[in-house]
Design a protein. Structure first.
Ligand code: ACO
Length: 412
């Protein structure tokens, strides 16, 4: 069998080095022995982490060239169709889908941690009336660390689990409060008799955002978390990373772009500007996917179902025209720029009645952090998919159709 090593010749000195390859990777620190003088060993330069794994993880598998996304071995299409957000969160966190008893326990724990301390409301009151909800969200998530000082015991498994329940559970409450503050409305408390979905409407879109390898926000979470700070502070950093328009803020940017374009007939003129280097086509392109983002395909189908209930969003026609022209234009074809998950999600949220700036993502950063602390691992080291073969259909799931019904009639 061939040796699992890489032999490098340094032409400056004529010296040869043998570097071990493990799981398809070499350690950047192994390059440091390659040097001309005592002080300066070779380093690898990779500002955008284009070809650098910063950890090992078994959570998510992405094949960007073929548009494949799997959580714990399950294709995203299967999860989105058959599973609830809370089942997905459990799967990502613990590696397996919950059985009936585990799901009941998990759902109970998430449901009963949704209330936030009254003082958080006072904190939100201090924000200016037009404060961006994401700014409020990341500040209040960070503030939770002061309400749960035991969260700093990050090596205590029970404490970690408690903070996980709280983070997943309180995030919709904080997002909803941030929204109501921006509209000058009184805060309304979560109702424990409603499902998690019912408390923050549709979670299908959240399933699609539940995890995505070592992306910008997850890296922010991991970088900050590596200082052993409490998880709330680290999630605040991740939320800040997500806020940016090139990452989670893209769906808001897409809506603003569509509104600026204004009508279908102005699409060619807009595309011309993008090709001339005046701005980007927001919701297009991805660091990893060089093909149609599989989540965008699912979202596009969801859009049709949402519009059936809520009426067609006029911005959809502009988006469809943008997609049609871009997918047949050489500029986008050559650069492998396809719609990403955020191209249609903003339109759906808007159709549901949310203003552009209130789009929430939560929960996806907790699992890589939990994985880091509990020692599981394997990035890009493809999991043994056979180990994950299971039938989601066997699991009780509140389906998307039921969620849609909830949208149409929140009291049903
Ligand atoms: N519109 C027009 N041109 C683009 C776009 C776009 N959306 N994205 C990339 N390009 C062009 C670049 O100008 C560059 O062209 P050049 O080779 O002539 O210089 C080429 O494609 C490569 O661009 P990079 O920035 O190197 O591509 P990268 O893969 O690093 O960028 C990114 C990925 C940041 C997502 C980019 O495609 C982008 O800005 N998209 C718009 C913002 C967006 O939708 N973000 C959401 C991503 S999904 C998520 O984070 C949840």
């Amino acid at each position: 069998m061939a040796a699992e090593t890489l032999t490098i010749t340094d032409n400056r000195t004529g010296k040869q080095y043998e570097i071990p390859i493990k799981n398809g990777a070499i350690k950047a620190t192994d390059l440091f022995q390659i040097r001309v003088n005592e002080e300066e060993g070779i380093v690898s330069y990779d500002p955008g982490f284009m070809n650098t794994a910063s950890c090992q993880s078994k959570i998510t598998y992405i094949d960007g060239d073929n548009g494949i996304l799997r959580y714990r071995g399950y294709p995203i299409e299967q999860i989105a169709e058959k599973s609830t957000y809370l089942e997905t969160a459990y799967l990502i966190l613990y590696g397996e889908l919950p059985n009936k008893a585990e799901l009941e326990d998990w759902t109970h724990n998430i449901t009963y941690h949704s209330i936030i301390h009254e003082n958080i409301k006072k904190l939100i009151d201090g924000f200016h009336h037009d404060a961006h909800p994401m700014g409020i969200l990341l500040s209040t998530v960070g503030a939770l660390s002061t309400f749960y000082p035991e969260a700093k015991k990050i090596f205590d498994v029970k404490s970690r689990h408690d903070q996980t329940y709280r983070l997943i559970s309180k995030m919709p409450t904080l997002a909803a409060f941030a929204y109501r503050h921006s509209r000058g409305l009184p805060y309304s408390y979560p109702d424990n008799d409603l499902s998690y979905t019912g408390n923050f409407l549709n979670m299908l879109l959240f399933i699609l955002h539940a995890d995505h390898e070592q992306n910008c926000s997850t890296n922010a979470m991991r970088g900050v978390g590596s200082s052993q700070v409490d998880p709330y502070s680290a999630v605040a950093a991740a939320a800040a990373a997500l806020y940016g328009p090139l990452h989670g803020g893209a769906n808001e940017a897409v809506l603003r772009m569509l509104m600026e374009i204004g009508s279908k007939d102005r699409v060619p003129e807009f595309i011309k500007k993008v090709k001339g280097g005046e701005g980007r086509l927001m919701g297009f392109g991805h660091r990893v996917y060089k093909n149609y983002d599989p989540r965008a395909k699912i979202i596009k189908q969801v859009a049709d179902q949402v519009f059936e209930v809520k009426g067609r969003n006029p911005l959809l026609d502009i988006a469809l025209e943008l997609e049609r022209i871009a997918l047949s234009d050489d500029y986008f074809i050559k650069r492998k720029l396809y719609p990403n998950v955020d191209f249609y999600s903003g339109i759906i949220y808007q159709a549901m009645g949310f203003p552009e700036d209130i789009v929430d993502r939560s929960g996806s950063e907790i699992s890589p952090s939990e994985a880091g602390l509990s020692g599981c691992g394997n990035t890009r080291l493809r999991p043994d998919e056979q180990a994950f073969v299971s039938d989601l259909a066997q699991h009780p799931a509140q389906t998307f159709q039921q969620d849609l019904q909830l949208l149409a009639d929140p009291h049903s």
